[in-house]
Ligand binder design. Structure first.
Ligand code: FES
Ligand code: FES
Length: 158
């Protein structure tokens, strides 16, 4: 067991974890923070996306012990215009992917503002194609992609 501390949604949490426990399992099973979802547990769906010091990561691919002393934000700690925009634009159906979509979109907007390029697009602006590329790590089995993109474009004023 390794003793560690994280700030989760503004609260300092102490926990003992085995070195193989993922950040996702530590949040969900040890701390009861169930906003991040376990869709695939192998980095393919984005349902587990959380923000670490403002950067988006897949919590299922991260070992909890790597994040000792870091600040984690899950959907429970988010208060962002994107949330209302998702409602306005029907950016979800079942809602399973939504916590990850919103955390990912917040991280994506920060990456864009910081000048980080996307993997394949060359567009200098954050147009629809660029948003779809930058959000391509978040799958939605309900196919609410159009609403998700519209919600993101709404908050960016596009
Ligand atoms: S549960 Fe982490 S990417 Fe699917
Ligand atoms: S809203 Fe159902 S998986 Fe996205």
């Amino acid at each position: 067991m390794t003793e560690m501390r994280m700030k989760v949604n503004g609260s300092v949490e102490s926990l003992d974890v085995e070195p193989w426990v993922s950040l996702l399992d530590a949040l969900r099973d040890r701390l009861g923070v169930t906003g991040p979802k376990k869709g695939c547990d192998q980095g393919a769906c984005g349902a587990c996306t959380v923000l670490v010091d403002g950067m988006r990561i897949n919590a299922c691919l991260a070992l909890a012990v790597q994040y000792d002393g870091r600040e984690i934000t899950t959907i429970e700690g988010v208060a962002h215009p994107l949330q209302e925009a998702f409602v306005r634009h029907d950016g979800f159906q079942c809602g399973y992917c939504t916590p990850g979509q919103i955390c990912s979109a917040i991280g994506m907007l920060a990456e864009y503002e910081a000048g980080m390029p996307s993997a394949v697009t060359e567009s200098p602006g954050l147009d629809e194609a660029e948003i779809r590329e930058r959000m391509s790590g978040n799958l939605c089995r309900c196919g609410a992609y159009n609403g998700i993109v519209d919600a993101i474009m709404d908050v960016t004023g596009r």
